[in-house]
Write a protein that binds this ligand. Sequence first.
Ligand code: ZN
Length: 554
Amino acid sequence: MFKMKKIIILLFLLISLNLLRSDNYKNKWVWIYGFDIQKEQDVEKIKEILNKAKKNDYNGAVFSAGLDSLCKKDEKYFKNLKEIKAYCEKLNLKLIPSVFSIGYGGGILSHNKHLAEGLPVKDALFIVNGKEAIFVPDSDIKILNGNFEEFTENRFKNFNFHDQPGEVSFVDQNIKKSGNASIRFENFTANQYGHGRIMQEIKIKPYRCYRLSIWVKTENLKPDGCFRMLVLADGRDLAPRSFNIPSTSDWRKITMIFNSQKFDRVKVYAGVWGAKSGKFWLDDWIIEEIGPLNVLRRPGTPIIVKDEESGEIYEEGKDYEQIIDPNFNLWKNFDRDYPKIKITSESRIKNGQRLRVSWYHPVLIYESQITVCMAEPEVYEIFDHEAKLLWENIKYEKVLLSMDEIRMGGTCSACSGKDMAKLLDECVTKQVNILRKYNPETEIYIWSDMFDPNHNAINKYYLVEGDFTGSWNYIPKDIIIAVWGGKPREKSLEFFNNQGFKVLVACYYDAGNMNDVKKWYEISKKFNNIVGFMYTTWGKKYDFIEDFAEILWK
Ligand SMILES: [Zn+2]
């Protein structure tokens, strides 16, 4: 009896000291991302991953597979979804849907593309010519010497700088898009950062939409993705874009859109950061103020058309026809015409009149990211009908909210002036309530970054007008935080522990080894709020499923 008691005490001690490792963690999950479940071969690949996971004592699979745009899916999608669900059940693996993104707005935007967050254009000039009002740029803004025709030795006129003339950057009179010369960059190891850039500071008008374009040619340029075009103002990147240019490519035109926001001066850059080898050429770099390309039409993005002098406001549908962009496209085709304003026959607007027009437009971040406005009520109607469909099809018990990297907000009339941290928390609370409307027992998980002051819960995050600091204060305390991001984050684990949240550690991210996972495991041992781990790959790399389990629970 005495011996038994001793064993029980010892066991209790071991458990409380976190020393009994096996089955310590409630959640042993794998993240399934990047597959198209419409395709039979992808369904087969998913089954292989599930088999491998089962063999290594995983107990859940988190799916990011368009599960929040179910009303847009066809029969085949549902047939395959059913098959995957049955397969998870057979293996006794929990199927956890990952849904409801704001930062990566694809799901919401497949319902209504005008729910993208908008940046304001204020009082752009239109001049009436007959039955049309035509956009006219307010001033003659140029990239001086953008055709790279004026130079002395290897130094180009009018640019604030280009990296190391004669060493990294050169005049090239043999290879050029037009005229007699272009600028060539090479020999990147001569710069300690691998820089090969050119910059000009230009005066612009605040709150206008600009289009930047440049011709680029590359030859064995490495690494991939090192070429960028940047617009900086007051240390902020107004146009965080990346371009997938092949390492060797003939002349191609790169076009991007940005909004000047409150700034009247910007530094425009083109070139490479962190380049290792190869060459590239630039030519015919231009900037132009543009009209209502991709004009957003929803309650939070009103258009105002007024007389330049009197300020008299005209009425859509009465004085002018509804303004829509027939070629609206959030992701591509920015090098094209934008709508004119069509004057109606009974209009108060007269021929020759000067109008000032305000509207909102979206911008693309990196290659494919479009953010949704959290303050537009229609967003929650979409979440609601989608949650109902999700419940009918999956009978979810646990859900991961896909609320990472919200890089725009606070700029359209629905959300401007709001406390961004509170707006984010209201959004999350609504998402939780919507999911629990169909299953009140739903356990909710959420990506950590937008609630982590050591990560993205900060002031002036990307194009956000406002501050996410404090966002951790008002989200429901029973949400489990899926901590992720870069290198192992001890500070983040400590932060969520101090705030009283439970934590799922989402680690791996496609390295060639398990070194970071081992570090995540080591730092996780310091905290007793960890409910589990998720094998997280963004590049469909599932080779380490077994190693991951060995380290963490086998
Ligand atoms: Zn908004």
